[in-house]
Design a binder for this molecule. Sequence first.
Ligand code: C2E
Ligand code: CA
Ligand code: CA
Ligand code: CA
Length: 287
Amino acid sequence: AKSAGGNRSELADPEADARAITRHGLTTALPTALERGEFFIEYQPLVHLGDGSVRGAEALVRWLHPQHGVLGPDRFIPLAEHTGLIVPLGRWVLEESIRQARAWRERYGEQTTAGPLRINVNLSPCQLSHPGLVQDTVDILERSGVTPDALCLEVTESALIGADDDLLKPLRRLAEMGVDIALDDFGTGYSNLANLRRLPVSVLKLDRSFTQSMQQFPADPVDLKIVEGIVSLAHNLDLAVTVEGVETGAQAEQLRILGCDTAQGWYYARPGPPERLQELALVDATG
Ligand code: C2E
Ligand code: CA
Ligand code: CA
Ligand code: CA
C-alpha cells in the first residue's frame, strides 16, 4: 500500500469524493435525461423600467433529476458543455422556449400594451462554435411561425472577448435576420469598450454586481458614475440596456433614473412556470 502521503487529499476529503461521484453520475445521466424529458424551463419576466410593463422573459433551464430533485443550471450546464451535450440540450431549450413564445403570442399577443412578448435564450460558447447554429435557429423559427424579432440570444461578454471573425459570423447572420443579440453579464469581463462596435449586439445586460451596488439610496457616487457612463455609451451606440438581479424597489428606481431600459429580478418576479408570466403580462395589459 502507498504511504499516507500520496493520496491524502482524496482520502482526507470524503466530501470532495462525493462531489466528484455526483458530478460523474450527473454527467453520465445527462443524455438519458434529455431523452426522458427531465429538463424543463422557467421564465423570468423582463420589465420596462419606464412604465413597468412586461416586455418578455428569459428562459432558464432546470433539471428535474429523479434522485436529486430540481437542479439549477450551474450544476449541469458546465458538465453538458464539457461532454458536448450542450448542443442538443441548447437546441431543445431554444425549440421549447420558442414554442412557448408562440403560445404567448397566440393567447396574449394582442393584449399586452407593448405588443407581443419576446423571448430571451442563453447561448453557450460551445453552441456558438457549432456549425449548425444558424440553420437550426432558422428552422425552429420557421416551424413555429415566430418572427426573428421576437427572439433575443444572450451570449456572455467573456465568450466574446477576443472572439475572431469565425465566431462572430453566425451571430452576424442571426442579427441580420432580425434576431437580437445581448451581451450577458456585461461589465465582468475585461472587454475593451471600443470593441463593442465590432460585435453584432443590440442589448447590454449589465451584470448583477452593478445592481447590488445600487442597494443604498443614493448609491455610491463612483458606482453611479460607472453605470451612467455605460448607459450613455450604450445608448450612443444604439444599444438597449437591461439590468439583472433587481431585488428592491430602491435599486429599480436608481437604475431607472440612470436611464436603463429594462430590468429583471426577484423584485418583479422569480423565474417560474409559463402560466405565471401569462398572468403578469395580462394584469399589466388590463391594469
Ligand atoms: P444568467 O444568464 O446570468 O441568468 C440570471 C441568473 O440570475 C438566473 O440564475 C436567475 O434565476 C438569477 N436571478 C434572477 N433574478 C435574480 C435576483 O433578483 N437575485 C439573484 N440573486 N439572482 C437572480 P439561474 O437560473 O440559476 O441560471 C444561472 C446561469 O445558468 C444563467 O445565468 C446562465 O448563464 C445559465 N443558464 C441558464 N439557462 C441556460 C440555458 O438554457 N443554456 C445555457 N447555455 N445556459 C443557461
Ligand atoms: Ca442570461
Ligand atoms: Ca446574466
Ligand atoms: Ca450570470
